[in-house]
Design a protein around this ligand. Structure first.
Ligand code: GCO
Ligand code: MN
Ligand code: MN
Length: 390
């Protein structure tokens, strides 16, 4: 077997909306036929994926009757069982229907907010019925063009009300479910509230049940904001808040491209996989590796599965490259932790005595500053591992 072929142990997942993307964009019609959810399950399993995620309406069309819903869910569950696939994550579509044209939880209209809350409660029930343990919130329409329409603080507090309400619902139902908040700076709105993972991390600390809520950072979204995705993910991991992740690729300064994982900015993709896999000897991310991306509009059905296989293969290739990089003795020497038994204890845990000791340390700024750090060599070693010559 090819070592880069995905297996269920890799915990790779795709949204129904990703492989099901029909290629519609603001300038053109669909280029691919809609993909039946049951076929998505079969094909993803065949490609080596482990899980499939969904919005409520990816599976059950908006406005379906209770009978229709039950039939669709029954058939979907049968497909999951037949192909050994699971549903690790579920979410709500709070952006497609015109009722959400000015947001869902942040809308000025209490009727819209009520509808959004009710729709999410039903979608949580659906997700839990399918076995989901993570519930994602992406507020695509929660933003503005005409920014005078509301005090942005109101958007924050209304979102908090909704999150607190829904956390209580989950607790009361005794569901084993955690929430993961997904930030995005813009698109489809001119500005979306909570534009980055950092904004989300702080917001979580203001909730009634912060322990139930983490983040779902997306490569494309943080990159659109011009930020280092790896740094954002690292901060979430350090805070114990990386509950889920949306992997794809994106070039800075563009619309949300949702490209095949690793197909742009291979360095960032490498550093991200290195972080998630803990190849530096650091704690590993144990959650699903979810791809929120889609095939180019140039592709037919076969191209969709090339896309899906490509996401997973690139992840595994980068993982192998990261392992080799961190096992390289020259790299190890360059990144080795510097230890100083006399100084290290002075740097944490404030006491008045430590201030005196810090003042008394013989530190020669010019001598310290004159030392080169070898980062040119380090970065070149990374390039050589990445390019496969080392
Ligand atoms: C986007 C988002 C979405 C969300 C999805 C799940 O930019 O369209 O990334 O794909 O991830 O709605 O919440
Ligand atoms: Mn996105
Ligand atoms: Mn996403």
């Amino acid at each position: 077997m090819d070592p880069f072929d995905p297996t269920p142990d890799d915990r790779f997942s795709f949204g129904l909306w990703t492989v099901g993307n029909t290629g519609r964009d603001p300038f053109g019609e669909a280029v691919r036929a809609p993909l039946a959810p049951t076929r998505a399950v079969a094909k993803l399993a065949e490609c080596g994926a482990w899980g499939v995620n969904l919005h409520d309406n990816d599976l059950v069309p908006f406005g379906a009757s209770a009978g229709e819903r039950d039939r669709i869910v029954r058939e979907f569950k049968a497909a999951l069982a037949e192909h050994g696939m699971c549903v690790p994550m579920a979410t709500t579509n709070l952006f497609s229907h015109p009722i959400f044209k000015d947001g869902a939880f942040s809308s000025n209209d209490p009727k819209v907010r009520a509808f959004a809350l009710r729709k999410t409660i039903d979608a949580i029930d659906l997700g839990v019925e399918l076995g989901a343990r993570i519930y994602v919130f992406w507020g695509g329409r929660e933003g503005t063009e005409a920014d005078a329409c509301r005090d942005p603080r109101t958007a924050v507090s209304r979102t908090r009300d909704a999150m607190d309400f829904l956390c209580e619902y989950v607790r009361e139902q005794r569901y084993d479910l955690k929430f993961a908040l997904e930030a995005k700076p813009n698109e489809p709105r001119s500005d979306i509230y909570f534009p980055t993972t950092g904004h989300m991390l702080h917001f979580i600390s203001t909730l009634a049940h912060p322990e139930m809520v983490g983040v779902n950072p997306e490569v494309a979204h943080e990159t659109m904001a011009g930020l280092s995705f790896t740094h954002g993910v690292a901060q979430a991991m350090e805070a114990g808040k990386l509950f889920h992740i949306d992997l794809n690729a994106q070039r800075i300064g563009r619309y949300d491209q949702d490209l095949r994982f690793g197909s742009e900015d291979v360095r960032q993709a490498f550093l991200l996989v290195r972080l998630l896999e803990g190849t530096m000897g650091t704690p590993r991310y144990e959650g699903p590796r979810h791809f929120d991306a889609h095939a180019y509009r140039t592709e037919d059905d076969a191209g969709v599965w090339d896309f899906a296989r490509g996401c997973m293969r690139t992840y595994k290739i980068l993982k192998a490259r990261a392992q080799a990089f961190d096992a390289d003795p020259e790299v190890k020497a360059l990144v080795a932790d510097q230890k100083d038994a006399a100084i290290d204890p002075l740097l944490a845990g404030y006491t008045r005595e430590k201030v005196a000791k810090l003042r008394a340390l013989p530190l020669d700024p010019a001598a310290i500053a004159s030392r080169g750090l070898g980062y040119e060599r380090l970065d070149q070693l990374m390039m050589e591992h990445l390019l496969g010559v080392r």
